[in-house]
Design a binder for this molecule. Structure first.
Ligand SMILES: CC(C)(COP(=O)(O)OP(=O)(O)OC[C@H]1O[C@@H](n2cnc3c(N)ncnc32)[C@H](O)[C@@H]1OP(=O)(O)O)[C@@H](O)C(=O)NCCC(=O)NCCS
Length: 168
């Protein structure tokens, strides 16, 4: 488990599905992904994919718990992927809109950055975030944890930025 000043980031559990569905069904959040809503089946598949991932790597997208009320308020963590044929590890985050703009995503993502570099010995140059150009809050979080825009690309007609840490 990762602990920050205001948050716990713990491994995700199957029993988090309902809380995650509550978060992913918020229209404000889904707008960031261009969907209307997530069905229960889609959420079950999403959580199950992350659980399999956690099983394989020992980490994944963590469930983020707010210390002050014990509620699950979002997810933040890592996912191995590839970009243009190169291995990379994405730092991802999604938070309930009830808790936006209070610095929680930045706090969680900073902790995940430190955990991946210091505890998992991941080369910081492998860490990345793929962010829609229109997603200003996510771009801001990336910048605040020290990432820089390194590429622009489009996929399925959607424009993205690639954010990465500068070489140490
Ligand atoms: C992206 C997200 C996780 C940010 O969560 P958060 O807890 O509000 O983030 P923080 O409070 O740490 O920081 C948000 C920053 O974005 C800024 N911001 C918020 N709305 C903004 C907007 N419309 N335009 C520009 N900046 C904006 C805030 O001012 C803040 O920056 P600051 O500290 O310099 O003032 C949240 O918006 C979210 O869950 N969005 C939907 C899911 C998503 O987009 N996930 C990422 C996919 S790449």
């Amino acid at each position: 488990m990762i602990e920050t000043e205001r948050l716990y980031l713990r491994l995700m559990k199957e029993s988090d599905t309902d809380d995650m569905l509550g978060i992913f069904n918020e229209p404000k959040l889904m707008k960031a992904f261009g969907f209307e809503s997530f069905s229960r089946e889609q959420m079950i598949r999403w959580v199950s994919r992350n659980l399999q991932y956690q099983e394989k790597y020992g980490y994944g997208l963590f469930s983020v718990i707010l210390k002050s009320n014990g509620k699950l308020i979002g997810d933040c963590g890592l996912e191995c992927t590839t970009f243009e044929g190169n291995e990379c590890i994405e730092i991802g985050y999604d938070f309930s809109s009830v808790y936006w703009n209070q610095g929680y995503a930045t706090e969680a993502a900073s902790a995940v950055r430190d955990f991946s570099i210091n505890d998992l010995n991941i080369d910081s140059r492998l860490l990345c975030s793929f962010i829609r150009k229109i997603n200003a809050p996510s771009i801001r979080v990336s910048q605040k944890i020290g990432m820089k825009k390194t590429k622009e690309y489009s996929q399925n007609g959607i424009e993205y930025y690639l954010y990465q840490f500068p070489p140490p």
